[in-house]
Design a protein around this ligand. Structure first.
Ligand SMILES: [Zn+2]
Length: 245
């Protein structure tokens, strides 16, 4: 399985879905066809589907292992979740994400931290699973670290995503609400990246002079590296999201 070493930190991708999602012009209301055409040579076919014009959305987690910790950054869509506005994600039964985790020699009990960049349904789904008709944390020994601001926003919305993905973790005593500038140690910390949601965070990582940042939904498609001023239709505060990028 492909992995990346960042000093002593090993990073593996645990991919749940790769699918053409929406056309760039519909997902990015600020875009123009001329700007899109300029980027096609470096985006097709890996990030932009030449046949449909839709960008390729990868729903994935990062499995991050250091000497002391086994961490998951975001947990995809999950199974059995109520997501009526997007049928490809609604009540999924494909549990292969768990098999891919197992293929990395990691069982759910081995995970000691789950970092949530934000609590949208495609980032927090495997936080829980349905067992005997009850939502329970998928990772029984993990602390789930989430931004307090993002949590309070999700709680106020009281959507199925909160009730299925977040509340059971709180009730199990495994949720840890932190400020957006939280630092776990010298290797892992949060960076406030508001805009997509008000409490969105990126996860910073460092080891032996190497640094990386896991950006969550700060960026949805690599074309936003060329046009950071473009906002996704799903950004809660478009002007702030653009400033953050
Ligand atoms: Zn999101």
């Amino acid at each position: 399985m492909a992995n990346l070493m960042l000093g002593d930190i090993r990073v593996d991708r645990i991919v749940e879905m790769v699918l053409p999602f929406e056309t760039l012009c519909s997902f990015f209301p600020d875009s123009s066809q001329k700007q899109i055409d300029l980027c096609k040579p470096w985006l097709e076919p890996w990030a932009l589907c030449p046949e449909t014009g839709k960008f390729i959305l990868v729903v994935q987690s990062y499995l991050v292992r250091s000497q002391h910790h086994t961490i998951l950054i975001d947990t995809c869509v999950g199974c059995d979740k109520t997501i009526p506005y997007y049928m490809d994600w609604n009540r999924r039964t494909d549990r292969s994400w768990l098999s891919k985790l197992a293929a990395c020699q990691v069982s759910p009990a081995d995970v000691d931290y789950v970092f949530c960049t934000h609590l949208h349904c495609d980032h927090a789904g495997w936080n829980t699973q349905l067992l005997d008709g009850r939502w329970v944390p998928t990772f029984p020994n993990a602390r789930y670290i989430m931004s307090r601001e993002d949590f309070e926003h999700a709680e106020a919305l009281d959507e199925p995503g909160y009730n299925e993905n977040v509340l059971p973790v709180v009730e199990a005593g495994q949720a840890v609400l932190v400020e957006s500038s939280y630092a776990m140690d010298d290797n892992f910390w949060f960076e406030p990246t508001p805009g997509h949601t008000s409490g969105h965070v990126a996860v910073g990582m460092a080891s032996k002079g190497n640094e990386a940042v896991m950006s969550g939904d700060l960026i949805h498609c690599p074309i936003q590296c060329a046009y950071p001023e473009w906002n996704a239709a799903s950004d809660a505060d478009p002007a702030l999201a653009a400033r953050t990028r």
